[in-house]
Design a protein around this ligand. Structure first.
Ligand code: NAD
Length: 446
């Protein structure tokens, strides 16, 4: 009997729907089909590919509302956020297709040689659940524009929205160009080991390391966008209201389940009391609840394992002497109420690991050197933010991250790369440089 993958509403545990798990023994056949399709797809003119991809993405438009509701029911975020994600899939996808077309055009080098960007073949795209269609789309679109075919393995937490997305695109794309494999890490691992040429992955560091190991046999190409543990430094001359608003919003966005969520805050001693007071006031205005309840801005946590991890991090901080200013480790099922803790120290789990929940974790510093050292003292390097006056740019220069914010959040600029430093990434997507990583560079000397 074929196994079913059931998708549950994280706000109440009710079944939303189910899909059939792809037997791992089928994966080689799926990849073989993708390889056959890659011949024709890769040989099409890039303008034709972009035209088809743009038409396929536009096909989501009339069903955007349905897509957003399904995304909310399956993943838990409120409808406003889900609608935003669906809009981004269409608009950002079309923008990416256009910029990839330009980035991948053949260039003539000084001396007359030609620099070409050719398809790699078959790309496995493996995605997480927190932005289940946007993260996948960010990898699928440049892979397709470059002339590759794609086998997509969505997260086992969000198979339904992924399935709806693939079906919609496939009403326009030729057969075999985009296929889906359903299942968990087993299917992911089997896909990595199959006859694919590249793995484009967004997810945790732990999984990224396994993928790299398994991809090494055939030196498969890799683009990996991995976890973060983003610091936020608040200098004495920062705009305090702006900084406090940002600190809370960035820690709580998507119920804290965002790779670039603020995870650690270092605030100058001289303003720490007033900053903490204001953070607590702002955080108290957030409400938890299901996606369809008016005014909710923190949804449920995706599953019990993640919930337990967040509670364990808060409990660990409490046990090691942190002060709970709001919320704490006594939490209801399925949700984490807005939590603010202070007096965080370097050995606490909220400091050393990615908590991925709606927790504001604050520690104080007396010397900016100490704050920079603490911000950088980690294997993570996705985003890093500083709020401050004139000296903020100098501090920003020294932050070890792929994306840095000065009095602003990170990333998201038009055609900017989405990139992690250190163990938060390997390769990257977005921007001309990112799009080119989905292609084989070829130089023809004449
Ligand atoms: P995860 O690593 O547990 O799973 C991601 C995907 O990998 C899923 O589809 C999963 O089934 C699959 N997988 C699991 N084991 C595998 C294996 N051995 N081989 C191949 N595939 C395997 O991550 P998650 O819990 O779904 O997502 C949350 C993580 O993703 C967080 O760490 C977050 O920071 C990170 N993330 C990063 C970015 C970014 O752009 N840097 C964006 C979103 C999420």
């Amino acid at each position: 009997m074929t196994a079913q993958l059931v998708s549950y509403d994280p706000s109440n545990g009710e079944k939303v729907g189910e899909v059939t798990v792809t037997p791992t023994s089928d994966i080689d056949g799926i990849v073989a089909k993708a390889r056959v399709a890659a011949k024709e797809w890769g040989a099409l003119d890039i303008n034709k590919r972009v035209e088809l991809i743009t038409k396929a993405l536009a096909g989501i438009e009339p069903d955007s509302e349905k897509f957003a509701v399904l995304l909310s029911r399956e993943m838990g975020k409120d409808l406003r956020r889900s609608s935003g994600e669906v809009r981004w899939v269409i608009k950002g996808g079309v923008g990416n297709a256009e910029s990839a077309r330009q980035a991948l055009a053949t260039r003539e080098l000084a001396g007359g040689s030609l620099m070409q960007y050719r398809p790699l073949g078959v790309v496995a795209v493996i995605a997480p659940w927190n932005y289940p269609v946007a993260m996948a789309n960010n990898l699928i679109i440049p892979a397709l524009v470059a002339g590759n075919t794609v086998v997509f393995k969505p997260s086992e937490e969000t198979p339904l929205i992924a399935d709806a997305y693939v079906k919609k695109l496939n009403s326009v794309l030729p057969e075999g160009v985009l296929q889906i494999v359903h299942g968990d890490g087993q299917q992911g691992a089997a896909l990595v080991e199959s006859d694919v040429d590249m793995i484009a992955f967004t997810g945790s560091q732990a999984t990224g390391k396994k993928i790299m190991e398994r991809a090494s046999g055939r030196l498969k190409r890799l683009v990996m966008e991995l976890g973060g543990n983003d610091p936020l430094i608040i200098m004495a001359d920062a705009d305090l209201e702006h900084a406090a608003q940002f600190a809370v919003a960035s820690s709580f966005e998507n119920a804290g389940q965002m790779c670039i969520a603020t995870e650690r805050i270092y605030v100058d001693d001289s303003i720490a009391d007033i900053f903490e007071k204001r953070v607590v006031e702002i955080a108290s205005e957030y409400t938890v609840g299901p996606w369809d309840q008016q005014g909710v801005n923190i949804g449920p946590i995706i599953n019990a394992r993640q919930h337990e991890k967040i509670v364990a991090h808060i409990r660990d901080a409490e046990a090691k002497g942190a002060k709970v200013l709001l919320g704490g480790s006594d939490q209801p099922q399925r949700y984490i109420k807005p939590t603010v803790i202070s007096d965080v120290t370097p050995e606490m789990l909220v400091e050393t690991e990615e908590t991925f929940g709606p927790v504001v974790a604050i520690s104080r510093y007396s010397d900016i050197e100490e704050a920079i050292e603490k911000a950088n003292h980690t294997n993570y390097g996705l985003g890093s933010v500083v709020f401050g006056g004139e000296g903020a740019d100098k501090v920003a220069d020294r932050l070890e991250a792929g994306m840095v914010g000065v009095n602003s959040g990170v990333g998201g600029g038009a055609d900017a790369p989405w990139v992690g430093a250190k163990q938060s990434g390997f390769g990257f997507h977005g921007s001309a440089d990112g799009h080119r990583q989905f292609a084989q560079v070829r130089v023809v000397s004449r």
